[in-house]
Design a protein around this ligand. Sequence first.
Ligand code: UD1
Ligand code: UDP
Length: 373
Amino acid sequence: MINRKKVMVVFGTRPEAIKMAPVIQALRQKESILCQVAVTAQHREMLDQVLKLFKMVPDFDLNLMKQGQTLTEITTRALSGLKVVFQRELPDLVLVHGDTTTTFVAALAAFYAQIPVGHVEAGLRTGNKYSPFPEEMNRRLASVLTDFHFAPTETAKRNLLQEGIAPEKIFVTGNTVIDALLATVKPEYSFLDPEIQAILKQGKKSRMVLVTTHRRENLGEPMRQIYQALKSMLETFPDTHVVFPVHKNPKVRKVVTEVLGAHPRVNLVEPLDYEPFVNLMARAHLILTDSGGIQEEAPSLGVPVLVVRDTTERPEAVDAGTVSLVGTNYESVFSELKRLLGDQTAYQKMAMAINPYGDGSAAIKIVSIIAEN
Ligand code: UD1
Ligand code: UDP
């Protein structure tokens, strides 16, 4: 068909891929749109897991991940790689997601090529430049380069309005993370991985605490304190066990292994594919994480979340009571774990399913807006 609008979706890490998958599916169903996918591969294995699950084959792959990469390296390599792709393809719109360095750089590269930018999951803010680092600045910088702001919530829209973004450029759509989640969590899901089967079997009578950590500002001492708090929790509550899919970052792996590696009721596993991971989340008693995406998914599943960070850009679930911000020092993390595991009433108060982040129709809304503009 002639005159199809060419939309290039750019992402680089696991969470962006998960949250862009529903958008790509919806774009591909629109006859008036030609959808292309470019990945920086800021993540490699963890990105490939998602590409495979959602059957996404990138048209361009910069393959830039290096062990222990610095922010400057990701920025410069992605910027020069995307420049070539954009110059060659001249898309009508570049679509980015969230707050990674890939997000900011893709928006910048699009600006240099004078291509309009759409930002999915726009408007999240903590107000603290260094927390999370560098995500708070990545998303603020992306906002000033963006033409179409797809805000997941009214709070996110308010943040953008406060920064002077024109109201007609902001669209509240819900978060595509819920589109992906609702399509993937199944009550009858059976785990194929023998390691997970064994963990579930072994932990049948005990409460599962699911853990993930990866934030740059938590590397080193904060992570060590978080893991020590988990160790104390295991000693205090013999009916608990920890399942911990460990992020590929070697700096995370080193501390996790040192503190928790030898504990008989800790299962350190490789990052799980998204499908088993979210179905495992649905079976967890409690989640402890510094992840952004998990803070959005768990409330939908009615699983309480302790967020091991000092700030959050996702206040909606905290306000609703299913997410609690507990910081990163040993005392604060351990005391909140003790409170929730020892007090059934406190636990029940947090364990309710709410949906502040959407109803599963965000991608359809985003694509309709793109098609109409
Ligand atoms: C990145 C994003 C962060 C996002 C997170 C999701 C930035 C600066 N950070 O953080 O916003 O929340 O992804 O997980 O954009 N590694 C592998 N294989 C992989 C992925 C990572 O080996 O598939 C290792 C590499 O050694 C790499 C390191 O992890 O250098 C860190 O990866 P990087 O993308 O720089 O930072 P993340 O902490 O993953
Ligand atoms: N996730 C996954 N496998 C795992 C851990 C997490 O598929 O072992 C998913 C999770 O369901 C969520 C996303 O990865 O959708 C969150 O990614 P991450 O925590 O790495 O990044 P953030 O959301 O903090 O940017």
